[in-house]
Design a protein around this ligand. Structure first.
Ligand code: FES
Length: 77
């Protein structure tokens, strides 16, 4: 039997899931979440808040690993 809840709208009175757009940073989503990737595979996180990478530079994509942050050039000198 297919998972009907994945295809149905939220039940009346159910709180909407909050998504926060961070400036030049990840997309913050209230967890748990499942992310369907380009290749059809699914990544799951049970964290309270999940940071989704939108810059595609993360080594742990689809999760943000802070690679979006500019490097501090003083540290590399
Ligand atoms: S948004 Fe943080 S690594 Fe891509």
């Amino acid at each position: 039997m297919p998972n009907a809840s994945a295809d149905q709208p939220n039940a009346p009175g159910e709180q909407p899931r909050r998504v926060t757009l961070a400036n030049d940073g990840p997309l913050l989503v209230e967890g748990p979440v499942e992310v369907v990737l380009d290749d059809g595979s699914t990544a799951r996180s049970d964290r309270f808040t999940v940071a989704l990478c939108v810059c595609r530079r993360s080594r742990s994509y689809p999760w943000c690993d802070t690679s979006h942050r500019p490097r501090d050039k003083r540290r590399t000198a």
